[in-house]
Every structure is written in structure tokens, then in C-alpha cells.
Design a protein around this ligand. Sequence first.
Ligand SMILES: Nc1ncnc2c1ncn2[C@@H]1O[C@H](COP(=O)(O)OP(=O)(O)OP(=O)(O)O)[C@@H](O)[C@H]1O
Ligand SMILES: Cc1ncc(COP(=O)(O)O)c(N)n1
Length: 564
Amino acid sequence: MTRPPVALTIAGTDPSGGAGIQADLKAFTARRAYGTSVLTALVAQNTHGVERIYPLETGFVADQLESVLSDLPVDAAKTGMLFNAGIVELVAAQSARLGFLVVDPVMVSTSGHPLLEEDAVAAMRERLLPVADLVTPNLPEAALLLGEDEPAAADPAAMRAQARRLLDRGPAAVLLKGGHLDSGELVDVLAVRDESAGGVRIEEFPGRRVDTPHTHGTGCTLSAAIVAEIARSRQEGEAIDADGIVRAVRAALGYLSRALRSGAAWQLSLRPEGSHGPVDHLVDLTTTPGAASADAAAVQEAADAAVQEAADAAVREAADEPRGPELAGPTSRWAAGEHSQAAWDAGADYRRQTDELPFLRELAGGTLDRLSFVNYIVQDEHYLLGYARAMSLLAARTGSTEEARFWAGNAAEAIAEEQRMHANLLADSAFAAAMQQLEDRGLTAPSPTTEGYTSWLVSQAAVAEYEVAVAAVLPCFWIYAQLGKDLKARLGETGLEGHPYREWIAAYGAPEFDEAVRQAVGIFERSAASAPAPVRERMIAAFTQACRYERDFFDHAHRLRTWE
Ligand SMILES: Nc1ncnc2c1ncn2[C@@H]1O[C@H](COP(=O)(O)OP(=O)(O)OP(=O)(O)O)[C@@H](O)[C@H]1O
Ligand SMILES: Cc1ncc(COP(=O)(O)O)c(N)n1
């Protein structure tokens, strides 16, 4: 029996999705934990501030908690906005059932609105702090937890001292967040009980400030990410000692930093003036392909580079700098590491030639001749069957259950796609008429190019090294995803409306397809990383050859090329 790690958040809502329950659930999901939630207050707020708070009855908060705890094995939990003393007391009383408990002592929103009643601060200090495994105050919250007259720490030395004093109040660890420090260099200070380190271990996490107003919900996101890390460790049976806490905090800070940098270039609010937007909670899902496969440090680096690249691109775009004419850029968002990036680079010439083909230009412009398009679809149907055969062979050859499942699933999906395409074509009378013309001209059998490409794929899948066979099938995933994305970006929502080839473009630009591409690139990267150099060379050669076939496939379909 398997189950995912289970994380719980007890907090208020943010309908604009940047903070509170909504941020927590996104962070849980992005960090691969099953998210559950108990609401304390409904809050009308957005990136400009809090409008109104509608607290829920303590009894109803207790009922929700019971619904979750009586049914699900919560590995770790966090509290956010608890709003009043009654709810703080309730959570403290239930703390033993919450797994590893992170208390984010939310008191005031970024916009300055109180999120905790004054008389609840004492309950937080006396009842919740002592039972917490980790408390994550920002600078003003730490001061208030220590006492009414305590000044907020203004430098790392004062932060260390306050973190130690908070630890004396009972929690197992304190993460004092320095987001409110008045400097370009930020530091968060972690104090953890650790007998092997003489009682208390202090870790500092320095970081550079991201120059952005979009910090709404950073505290919520960070504590939720820590909970997800710890829930994963606990579900895997690890005890959470000082090392475990340090590791979880470090991983969560890395994620937050990527999310902050990725969201920094967003302009989400309809009224940008004075808006504090959210971070990009999903950053790891959209810019860290192959995350599960490669080694953690490399992934972190690749993710950081990818986020930086995306942020830079967005900034360039905002500055209206002229951009190159190419559809597909030189680096791909899907590259999972050096090997997949090297393959992508090796195929660059063929991809550029593909982008410049009349087929794709006319397709984007909606001027592509219907006969050419239908011919392409008919050839693609033949192709998909060959492709499915190649992937079935990969499923049969791999030693990994996970990879077998991936290839077999995609083989089945390719056949289903072939059948869908066929049905869709025949359902549209204009396309059906074009199909009849093709039949009349004897053009419905596999063309020499289709025959060549599919036979080559099946032979690679059958007799080349597994790694090389993976490389041969990869461009079909990757090039299509890139083309779909580029075409969609080029046309925009309005450009797609009423576009004659809308469905085809939408299918390849769809997020579901992204995930398949991410996995296929991940398998390639993993295979290459453990392959000897000559095999790696053959992988690049096979990848390039498939890119060349992709180019010819579009071109020859366009030109209705057939047997002489
Ligand atoms: N501009 C920034 N650049 C980089 N990191 C930041 C920035 N602002 C905040 N952080 C980081 O975000 C985390 C939360 O910081 P902060 O001290 O602002 O907590 P908070 O006030 O509880 O957050 P919130 O904005 O949700 O209220 C910390 O790890 C902090 O270092
Ligand atoms: C429900 C809820 N919980 C927490 C915060 C704090 O987030 P921020 O300080 O970034 O506004 C918030 N605004 N709303």
C-alpha cells in the first residue's frame, strides 16, 4: 500500500491566491505533498491589501480539524492566520495530533492590516509557542512574541540573540526571517535544539534581496514548503532531528528563492500601482524538468538558471527590446541538464530550418492549404502507429518499471491520438472533402518520408542501445511541444480564436503534453548521465537524425511528396 505525504494547513484565506490557505496548498502541491486545509477565517483581500475579515466559529474550526484528523494521517502541519485566542487555544490543545508542527505566527499582513486579535498574542506566546516544533516569525513578530517593549532585531547578531531567547520559550526550533531587514543582503537565522552541538545549533541562511514588490505571501509559502519537506521525510520513515530541520529549511528557502525570482517579472494586478503580487508557487513544476531524476544540487542549479533566464527574458520583453526572428530559442525550458541541452543544441540547425519551412509559417498564419494540412494529418496517423510501436519496444526493453509505464502509456496515447485525429478529420466536411481528394490522387498510403522515419525509429528501438533508442524518440516529444508553445505564444488567445488549425496547435501547446515532455527529457538525461562516452555520442547522433526526419516530415507533407 502506498500513500503520499500528508500536509495540513490551518489558516485564513486569500481569494487572490498569493497568501494564506491558497498559497499553502499550491506550495504543498509544488513540493509534492498531499495538501489538506482547515479554514480559520474568510478574508476579502488581494495584492493591494485586506478589505474585510470574516472569522469562523471556533467550534466549526474544531469540526474541520476533526474531519481531517479522524480520517487522514497528517505527517506535518502548519498554522498561519489563526485570528483569535479561541482558535489559537484550540490548535495548541490538538497539537499532539498534528505531526511535526510549524507555527507561522502571522500577525500583520504585508499591507499593514492586523490578522491576529491583540489578546490572542498572549495565547500564541504561552500556549502555542511551547508546543511548536518550529516557529517562523518575521522580525516584528519575533519581537512581539518576546514582549511588548522588545525592539525588532536590526542585524544578524540581534537576530541570533532573539532566536535563542525564543527557543527558551519551548519550541524545538526557531526560524527568524529577515525579509524586513533594511539591507540588500538578507539573512534568515535558524536556532535548533541540538544536544550534539552543545544544546543549541545556529544556522544562518544568507541571500540576496530580489528587487521586487511582489513578496505577498512569502512567509506563508516558506512555512508551507518546510511542512511539505518534513511531511515527505516523515512519510519515508525518517526521524526529524536537527539535521532534518536544517535540510528542510534549506530546501524550502531554495524553492522560495526560485519562486520569488520567477514571480518578480510578473505583472498580475490589473492595477499595478501599489500592488504586492504573489510569488510563482508553481515554479518547480514549470521550470525544473527532470527534477526527480538528477542530483539535488544540479537540479537546484539548473532550476536557478532556468528561472533567471525566464526572468531576464520577461524583463527584456517588458523593455520592448527587439527579439530574434527564430521561433524556438537556443536554450529550451525542457532541458533537464547538460546532456539534454547538448542534444537540443546539436539539433539547432534542423530546428531552425523547420521553423523556416513554409508549412509552419503558413500554419501559423492560417493560410496553409487545406490539402497540405490534411495530407500532413494522414501521414501523421501512419507515423503515430510506428511511433507507438517504437515506444512499446522501449517499454519492453527498459529495466525500470517507471520508464516502462511511461513508454507503454505514451504508446497507448499515440494510438488513441491517431484514432481521434482520424475521427475529427472525417467529422469536418471540408477536411473530409480534402481527404477524398487525397484518396483520388492515391496519396493516403505512408509517404517515403513517413516510411523512412517510422522504420528507422522502430529499428532503433529494437536493436540500438536502449539509451540511443530513447534519444531517437525524444525529438518527436520535444520539438512538438516547443512548436506548440511557440505557435500559441505567437498567436495569443485571440489569434487562436477561429483559427482553422486551432485544435492541432492547442493539443501540442497543452500543459498535459508538457508533463510527458518533461518526463521523456528526464529519462534521456538520466540515461545519458550513466552511459559511456561512445553511447552518449550515438545518442546525440540519433537525436539529431530524428530532428532531421522531423523537418522532412513537415516539408514533404506540405509538398505532397510521394513515391515517384
Ligand atoms: N525581496 C526579497 N528577496 C529575497 N528574499 C526575500 C525577499 N523578501 C522576503 N524574502 C524572504 O522571504 C521569507 C519571508 O520573509 P519575511 O521576513 O518577509 O516574512 P513575512 O513577513 O512573514 O512574509 P510575508 O510577506 O508573507 O508576510 C524569508 O525567507 C525572507 O528572507
Ligand atoms: C490569510 C492570510 N494569511 C497570511 C497572510 C500574510 O501574508 P502577507 O504578509 O504576505 O500579506 C495574509 N495576507 N493572509
